[in-house]
Design a protein around this ligand. Structure first.
Ligand code: ZN
Length: 377
């Protein structure tokens, strides 16, 4: 096996001397100048030829070996070349049946575009298998987040919730109608097992539990994630576990903030800014949270729940793969019926004990007056 032009990128001539790899703007790039000989050489980069074989075939085309090497180097530096051998080794390391690996191929193709170095995408996919994520809530959003993470190769996905599944919890991508009346925890665990392409990794006997990589706070009552109680998220802060809020409240979906304990604004930071901006907010929140005010049925449209679950899972995966997605210190919101996305930045509060304000003092001081500012959506 040898170098291969990434099959995930469509290729087209832009004029006579430029080859463009990719359609969509973010991951597309151009290679120029490319003459007919170099173009013929590109066709040989399908992964079936080793470098020595490529050099020999390049010479036959009239392309000196040094130029062939240089072309491969340029393509690799541009992130257009995959390494099938490295990908194959990473996938073999996952230890699944071929059918299971086939289910992960679209995810691997996506990772190979985002992480451009040869083999880097496969390494990310392999790393997901060692991660452990806890989802709090097995409602329309939470269960679907858990299923999406498991399907994307996250090795350990656990869902915490109490009680039994009701018809209102059922949603496409989440709990099926057949789960109604079963314990939520059991039904969610089964959903995760069925979504995962590979069996859950076994812990070595006597080994410590794998630490949590991330918690996703997606309770059935969206208010608990939209206006989270600092007392409830305190343990995540204390343990240093990154946590992402997501949910639907009153036909409005939201994803974020992703809280990096001590690094970005926490639930307590948001609560303090809110109380400063609106002195009535604490008393209103107490009313909203009281049993008298609780809604028997949440206004949680099925497609909106699916969108929120998918976006939350995508933000979670981006973080698990080593990036800081735009939900870091910000909340994305989308409301029916027009569905325009807006982001609200949530900055660290200097009076909050989480310590994020000290870490990001410049950012906090610059925007503390506003507390929350709307970013372009
Ligand atoms: Zn804080």
């Amino acid at each position: 096996m040898g170098p291969m032009v990434k099959p995930a990128l469509r290729r087209a001539w832009r004029g006579r001397r430029t080859v463009q790899f990719g359609v969509a703007r973010t991951h597309a790039l151009r290679l120029a100048p490319v003459d007919r000989v170099a173009a013929a050489f590109l066709d040989l980069l399908d992964g079936s030829r080793s470098l020595p074989v490529l050099r020999a075939e390049a010479r036959a085309l009239g392309l000196p070996a040094e130029r062939a090497d240089e072309l491969v180097r340029r393509l690799a530096a541009a992130g257009v070349v995959a390494d099938p051998a490295a990908d194959g080794a990473a996938l073999a390391g996952l230890g699944g049946a071929p059918g299971a690996l086939e289910r992960l191929r679209p995810d691997l193709a996506s990772l190979s575009l985002v992480h451009a170095a040869p083999g880097a995408g496969a390494a990310r996919l392999a790393a997901r298998r060692g991660m452990r994520v806890r989802v709090l809530g097995a409602g329309r959003v939470g269960a679907a987040v858990a299923a999406a993470l498991a399907a994307a190769g996250v090795g350990r996905v656990e869902v915490h919730d109490g009680g039994s599944v009701r018809g209102t919890d059922v949603a496409p991508g989440g709990l099926p109608a057949s789960a109604v009346a079963r314990r939520r925890a059991d039904a969610a665990a089964r959903l995760v097992r069925e979504a995962a392409p590979l069996p859950a990794p076994r812990a070595a006997p006597g080994a410590d539990a794998v630490p949590l990589s991330l918690a996703v706070v997606a309770p059935r009552d969206g208010l608990a994630a939209y206006r989270p109680e600092p007392a409830e998220t305190g343990p995540w802060l204390a343990a240093g576990v990154p946590h992402l809020f997501a949910g639907v409240i009153e036909a409005t979906g939201f994803v974020g903030p992703l809280v990096l304990p001590g690094g970005t604004a926490c639930a307590g930071c948001a609560r303090r800014f809110e109380a400063e901006a609106d002195p009535d907010a604490p008393a209103m929140l107490a009313q909203w949270r009281s049993g008298r005010c609780a809604r028997p049925v949440a206004a949680c449209d099925g497609p909106l729940a699916a969108v929120v679950a998918g976006l939350a899972a995508a933000h979670a995966l981006s973080f698990l793969d080593g990036e800081l997605p735009t939900s870091t210190g910000a909340r994305w919101e989308v409301a029916l019926p027009l569905l325009d996305w807006r982001a609200e930045r949530i900055v660290p509060h200097p009076g909050c004990g989480c310590g994020a304000a000290g870490r990001t003092e410049g950012v906090g001081a610059a925007t503390a007056g506003a507390g929350r500012a709307t970013m372009a959506g």
